[in-house]
Design a protein around this ligand. Structure first.
Ligand code: FEO
Length: 410
């Protein structure tokens, strides 16, 4: 374990530099990374985040040389992914008196991940503070940066933001601080942003709004360099890169409805796109000529196909329309499916099968999880009878996700 590095009085880096080729989100980090953990040596000693599970034992052994682990009062887990929470199980075993501090969503995950069902947790929410004896920590919820349970921690007296994945870089380094880095880190910093944060840039903007009034002298993230020089410029990069750009992108919602419920879903999808400032149009394919429908498809960048299910199949002109798609080029367009059903909703699946035969990019939950880690966007949109409140929320999330994809492509 590396020497422990001081950020400010009583605040130390106690993490791990990982200079391997690091497997990460189906990529390999050829420049390695670091897992930055911090120890605040106050009257109630506090750890902020840990290290990757692979280095858990080493992390704990190193801490034993610095502090009696039973004296640790709090372990703050900003984000549950195992590159940060991975040593929690080992640490909690020795730090018997430590209360684990995290968001409400994180409690469930951490208890399961590290068998901590009998452990004391302190659940914090947006704006809550914690007195650790000589320093005050304020917590800010930053959902989807990059997973739902994520928070960041601000030390009021030292003006340090412990930002976990946010404002990170993936570079194994032994300089620790950006002002003494051997090279300009901005390219790596932007590369990290594009890889991890940009798919969630709407949430980046929310985060920027939440931290904009904080006096931040230093950002202590959980990967790569601690930022203590030109701090504002690093925040500004996130702000600029995550701002929405004007778009001429268009969404088209096609439907074939039996009782009117699928039609209602179509209208709701259109409204949600309009709320996102995406031009959108709804079309009843049974009342519109095929030429008109195909022309609208050719002009749209996102196309939602909806049908009711009757006798386990599509209704109206939907199947004929789908067959005709083979004759046109859908490359670069996004596709999604939806529909109301009463029993099994087979029609929605059959529409999916047809679309898979084309070159449209068909949106589905599996790819969303793999691409972004978001688990609450259900696509296709399958609605039993009429949409309930949760269905409507899911539609909104699906539209927001689609909008973000539209805005991230030229
Ligand atoms: Fe660095 Fe989301 O883990």
């Amino acid at each position: 374990m590396e020497n422990n590095i001081m950020l400010n009085k009583d605040i130390f880096w106690v993490g791990k530099v990982d200079d391997r080729d690091v497997p990460f989100h189906r990529l390999t980090l050829t420049r390695g990374t670091t897992y930055n953990s911090y120890l605040l040596m106050t009257e109630k000693p506090t750890i902020i985040d840990t290290v990757d599970m692979k280095f858990g034992r080493e992390f704990v052994e190193n801490l034993k040389n610095i502090i009696e682990l039973e004296k640790i009062a709090y372990i703050i887990i900003n984000h549950t992914e195992p590159d940060h929470s991975g040593a929690l199980g080992s640490l909690a075993t020795f730090a018997k008196n430590a209360v684990i501090v995290c968001s409400k969503l994180a409690v469930v995950e951490l208890k399961e991940m590290y068998k901590l069902h009998n452990r004391e947790f302190l659940v914090i929410g947006d704006g809550d503070t914690l007195d650790i004896g000589g320093k005050t920590l304020r917590f800010i919820e930053t959902p989807y940066l990059h997973t739902a349970e994520t928070i960041v921690t601000y030390c009021v007296e030292d003006k340090i933001l412990f930002s976990c994945d946010i404002f990170s870089t993936h570079i194994a380094n032994y300089e620790y601080f950006n002002d003494i880095a051997k090279e300009d880190i901005k390219n790596d910093y932007i590369g990290y942003y594009n890889l991890i944060m940009h798919p969630h840039r709407r949430y980046v903007q929310n985060m920027i709004q939440k931290i904009k009034d904080l006096d931040i002298k230093m950002i202590a993230p959980s990967h790569g360099f601690i930022l203590r020089e030109d701090v504002k410029s690093y925040i500004d990069i996130y702000d600029t890169m995550s701002k929405s750009t004007k778009t001429s992108k268009k969404a088209l919602i096609l439907y074939s409805s039996m009782t009117g419920r699928t039609k209602k879903i179509a209208s709701f999808i259109m409204e949600k796109f309009q709320e996102q400032n995406i031009v959108s149009e709804v079309m009843d394919i049974n009342k519109t000529s095929r030429e008109e429908v195909l022309k609208a498809i050719s002009e749209a960048q996102a196309i939602f196909f909806g049908t009711s299910t009757k006798y386990a199949d599509m209704i109206g002109n939907m199947e004929d329309l789908l067959k005709s798609l083979n004759t046109i080029n859908l490359e670069g367009k996004l596709g999604a499916t939806f529909g109301s059903y009463g029993w099994s909703g087979e029609a929605i699946e059959v529409v999916q099968d047809y679309l898979k035969q084309t070159n449209i990019k068909l949106l589905n939950t599996s790819d969303i999880i793999k691409g972004t880690g978001m688990i609450d966007v259900q696509l296709p949109i399958r609605i039993r009878f009429a949409a309930n409140e949760e269905d409507l929320k899911n539609i909104e999330r699906a539209v927001i996700y689609t909008t973000d994809l539209l805005l991230s492509t030229i």
